[in-house]
Design a protein around this ligand. Structure first.
Ligand SMILES: NC(=O)c1ccc[n+]([C@@H]2O[C@H](COP(=O)([O-])OP(=O)(O)OC[C@H]3O[C@@H](n4cnc5c(N)ncnc54)[C@H](OP(=O)(O)O)[C@@H]3O)[C@@H](O)[C@H]2O)c1
Length: 435
């Protein structure tokens, strides 16, 4: 048999320790599939403590960069995290000397994916990152390899389990955002500072990676328009339910006449759509291609075992000698990402307004919509709670037919200036195409 593939694993936290266990548990399967043993020859972490995993004779490196530079390893597995700093420096060091890198680090790839891919290409090393998006869902390989025969039209997905858990819990148990966020933190699904997840930024990093694979552009997280779920209320979820929708935080990358849009925002998804079926911490990604039509992958977007499964698959590919460009095409052919302003987005909109309870108010709103050529598909007047009624406002929900973001924003700006609504209007985009 060929000699064992010698792994240097940097980071022995949730994913790193799960990987070590998985490599031991599945040893025979890996040997059968890849034709060689895998051995963790060396590892790095901040501290050398016992982590409850059997590391055998593996050598400890206090510095991940020194591990990446070690002549003893065949593959550098980066499971530290963070866009810059030690993870990036170590990954660069390994690639520069032709050592393949496997990483689960979406933040690093979103910030430096193009640079790392170009470096890998120059040195002839593999750069693999299946675990960076969708945890255990094999979405990177699907886009990069399995759908290589397609022109991709659109990729849309639930890419953050924390947000999906919060929205699912709000919906199923009629609990407000803050309560569900605290519950997510208690269960370890959300960080003490949840901004990165609930603000949509984690989804934006992952979307930028998928958009690059789908559309052959350099990763550009700055091209993603981002809104989080903090403003979603139970009133929105109950109106969505009545209208046949669920609210999901989606990342959408889509080819449009203005270029490839990349956007992250709370979205009305039809209840019958596969993306709407993914509840709790599950992730889901729908891909539309000219030959395939639509397909949807659903699965665990995080967790030690699920993520280690994706890391292990990358290691098996390297052991098999499979060579694929990191983003599915030569780095030199990747073009600059389009930066399509959100104002140009076209689609349907859900709008929730606190309308002042006086004659003519609804007429004034309809007139402002009419000025922008916005036609309404549905108008729902919701029963006001006692407090809302006492405040002299009536909750009203509008659903528009297709229009532009700038039209709806202008119409609502004027509506607010007219003094016929109180509070900032709630605006949620409707994805009719979401399968
Ligand atoms: N957790 C998931 O479900 C999941 C899912 C998908 C992707 N990912 C990605 O996987 C990566 C790892 O995530 P994780 O959840 O396993 O993180 P984690 O539990 O926080 O583990 C991070 C590990 O990195 C080590 N580390 C930190 N700074 C280091 C340094 N300067 N030098 C060497 N080692 C250092 C830590 O050492 P100590 O243990 O000594 O502190 C720890 O072992 C991240 O990029 C994350 O985004 C995670």
């Amino acid at each position: 048999m060929t000699k064992p593939l010698r792994l240097g694993v940097a980071g022995l936290g949730v994913v790193g320790t799960s990987l070590v266990r998985l490599l031991q548990r599945q040893r025979e399967g890996f040997v059968a599939r890849a034709g060689r043993e895998f051995a963790v020859l060396a590892y790095s972490a901040r501290r050398k403590d016992d982590r409850g995993v059997d590391l055998g004779d593996a050598v400890y490196f206090a510095s991940a960069a020194d591990l990446a530079a070690s002549a003893e390893i065949d593959v550098f597995v980066e499971l530290i995290g963070g866009a810059d700093g030690v993870a990036f420096e170590a990954a660069k060091a390994a690639l520069a000397r032709g050592v393949p890198v496997v990483s689960a680090n979406k933040a690093m790839l979103a910030a430096h994916g193009f640079e790392l891919a170009a470096l890998a290409e120059r040195s002839g090393a593999q750069l693999q990152f299946e675990a960076a998006v969708g945890g255990g869902i094999p979405v990177i390989k699907t886009l990069r390899e399995s759908l290589a025969g397609n022109a991709i039209q659109r990729v849309s997905g639930i890419l953050n389990g924390t947000c999906n858990y919060i929205l699912s819990r709000m919906e199923s148990e009629n609990l407000p955002f803050e309560v569900c966020l605290r519950e997510a933190q208690r269960l370890g699904y959300a960080e003490a500072d949840p901004t990165f997840d609930v603000g949509g930024f984690d989804t934006a990093h992952k979307l930028a990676i998928l958009a690059s694979l789908a559309f052959g552009a350099k990763i550009d997280a700055g091209a993603v328009s981002v809104e989080g779920i903090e403003t979603i209320t139970l009133a929105d979820l109950s109106a969505a339910d009545e209208l046949g929708f669920r609210v999901k935080l989606l990342g959408v990358a889509e080819r449009t006449p203005h270029g490839v849009e990349q956007r992250v925002h709370p979205t009305m998804v039809a209840k019958s759509a596969p993306l709407a079926q993914a509840m709790g911490v599950l992730n889901a990604v729908s891909i539309a291609g000219d030959a395939i039509g639509e397909l949807t992958l659903v699965g665990p977007g995080a967790g030690g075992d699920a993520t280690a499964s994706a890391v292990a698959a990358d290691i098996v590919d390297i052991a098999r000698g499979i060579r694929v460009p990191a983003f599915g095409r030569p780095a030199a052919s990747l073009v600059e990402a389009d930066r399509v302003p959100m104002q140009r987005h076209e689609g349907g909109y859900y709008v929730r307004l606190a309308v002042v309870d006086r004659p003519g108010a609804m007429g004034a709103i309809a007139a402002r919509m009419g000025e922008q050529l916005i036609s309404l598909e549905a108008i729902m007047q919701k029963r006001a709670t006692r407090e809302v009624a006492a405040a002299g406002v009536v909750p009203v929900v509008l659903m528009t037919h297709g229009t532009t973001e700038s039209s709806i924003r202008d119409a609502l700006k004027h509506t607010v200036e007219d003094g016929v609504v109180r509070e900032k209007p709630q605006v949620i985009r409707i994805e009719r195409e979401a399968v």
